[in-house]
Write a protein that binds this ligand. Structure first.
Ligand code: HEM
Ligand code: 2DC
Length: 433
């Protein structure tokens, strides 16, 4: 018998919305069974308002309903289906190797056989170089000494875009726009910078393809594949490719920084993972796709990083049917939020949650609705395959070449700038092996 009932009054008060909040895997399972055929999450009004204001199409991130579904099905085949991983691996492997060479050069320049630094800016460039190589099949040259100022501007715009989104979660963008608030102006400038740079990249591939349409043997990248497939309108392709390019920078770079931070704090674990990598390197005999199937600890480390330092503080869905959670009756249409950060640190769900233990994902305990960092189901992260492959290859190359250390055992916490970021710079010492 159900004793309690949750009612959504939806009072339309500025700066507030009703939601039911959960953290348990069992509740997550009930939630995702009730997400319907067109799963819908909390709408980020700042993002839709910008597109409405500039008359730009929504990409898959912001679309809903049948329009979302039909676009997403086409994109899935090119971006997240298991068969495309083989195409991405050589592209991402090359960027990973170049990053190692760049770090080696930096170490040489210090003259001290080590380099102590806040790697975040280098990681932003690495992430943009990686996602661009996959999307466009071309290098931007961000790991060279002198880089295109436009590309650096793009990186700065993404950070500003996330930062200015946060206040607009609570104040309606329409209001801020009409009162000419600075946060709205900055937000518009940030998206303008993002769209201009993405437009330039997309135009250049489009022109190249119309001049020379017969495809060679080489994988041409996601954008060219979508254009040749001819299943989505050019405007739809542009909108989603822009979102993929923008979504591919801060997310993976920050996760990699957190991973290096955790490995610097756990030297024994670092050694253990290095041993796994060298065994996999030998056993796979130069086949990198094979090699990625032999590194469970690396994969566990990335899951562990995202458990303690998730990019998204929560997942959300509007449920499409009535459900029961914790003996509460929740009516269809209610917004339900799953607190990812809270779940990752709850001792009832993850024993000794404060410990960074990649092996917990390899053996022991149940993983039932616990691995949710990229979301769940048909609406999960579209960039997941790119992100995972990029991060795994990065860690493989970096751990094959360097040791990571930290000065003092200071705890770095997270701060919310739409995505979760380290609250202060993380200083690492990098030494050649
Ligand atoms: C959506 C996490 C990297 C593009 C999402 C969602 C999460 C997430 C939690 C919402 C999923 C849901 O509601 O179920 C992450 C994490 C990343 C990452 C943890 C890396 C560590 C990326 C990358 C890209 C990307 C590299 C682009 C290449 C997107 C897009 C969506 C999305 C386009 C919206 C998908 C849709 O609405 O259909 N991501 N993401 N993400 N992400 Fe990621
Ligand atoms: C932020 O209360 C907190 O992957 C809000 O790559 C609820 C919310 C809604 C949507 C979430 C957002 C949070 C965090 C950032 C996410 C976003 C959906 C996609 C986005 C999780 C949890 C992200 C970072 C995308 C961004 C792509 C964009 C730059 C084009």
């Amino acid at each position: 018998m159900i004793s309690k009932s949750f009612k959504s009054y939806n009072p339309k008060i500025v700066g507030s919305y009703d939601s039911v909040n959960i953290i348990k895997p069992e509740d997550a399972a009930v939630l995702f069974k009730a997400e319907g055929h067109y799963p819908k999450r909390l709408r980020v009004e700042a993002w839709t308002s910008y597109r409405d204001y500039r008359n730009r199409k929504y990409g898959v991130l912001l679309k809903d309903g049948e329009d979302w579904k039909s676009n997403r099905i086409v994109l899935n085949k090119e971006v997240i289906s298991p068969k495309v991983q083989g195409n991405f691996v050589p592209l991402l492997d090359e960027v990973g190797q170049d990053f190692v060479a760049r770090v080696q050069k930096k170490i040489e320049r210090t003259g001290q056989n080590e380099w102590t630094t806040d790697l975040s800016h280098e990681l932003f460039k690495f992430a943009l170089e990686s996602v661009s190589h996959v999307l466009y099949g071309k290098r931007l040259g961000l790991l060279l000494d002198y880089i295109d100022p436009e590309a650096q501007h793009f990186i700065d715009c993404i950070t500003l875009m996330f930062k200015t989104t946060t206040p607009m979660l609570y104040l309606p963008p329409a209001l801020l726009r009409h009162t000419r608030a600075k946060v709205w102006k900055d937000h518009v400038e940030a998206w303008d910078g993002i769209f201009n740079q993405a437009d330039r990249c997309i135009q250049s591939i489009y022109r190249q393809l119309s001049k020379n349409p017969d495809a060679g043997e080489k994988y041409p990248g996601v954008l060219a594949s979508l254009l040749m497939l001819d299943k989505l309108s050019i405007e739809d392709i542009k909108a989603s490719v822009t979102e993929l390019m923008a979504g591919g920078v801060d997310t993976t770079s920050v996760s990699l920084l957190w991973t290096l931070y955790e490995l610097a704090r756990h030297p024994d674990l670092q050694e253990e993972i290095r041993a796994e990598i060298s065994a996999a390197r030998i056993a796979s005999k130069g086949d990198v796709v094979q090699m990625l199937k032999m590194v469970p600890l690396i994969k566990g480390a990335l899951k562990e990083t995202l458990r303690l330092h998730p990019v998204a503080v929560s997942l959300q869905r509007y449920i499409t049917e009535d459900i029961v959670l914790q003996n509460y009756h929740i009516p269809a249409g209610t917004l339900v939020q799953l607190g990812l950060y809270a779940m990752g640190r709850d001792h009832r769900i993850f024993p000794h949650p404060e410990q960074y233990r990649p092996s917990r994902w390899v053996r022991s305990q149940s993983h039932y609705f616990r691995n949710l960092s990229f979301g769940f189901g048909p609406r999960q992260c579209l960039g997941r395959r790119i992100a995972e492959t990029e991060m795994q290859l990065f860690l493989i190359h970096m751990l094959e070449n360097f040791r990571f250390e930290k000065q003092r055992q200071v705890e770095v916490r997270s701060t919310f700038e739409l995505i979760l970021l380290p609250e202060k710079p993380i200083m690492l010492t990098i030494k050649p092996l």
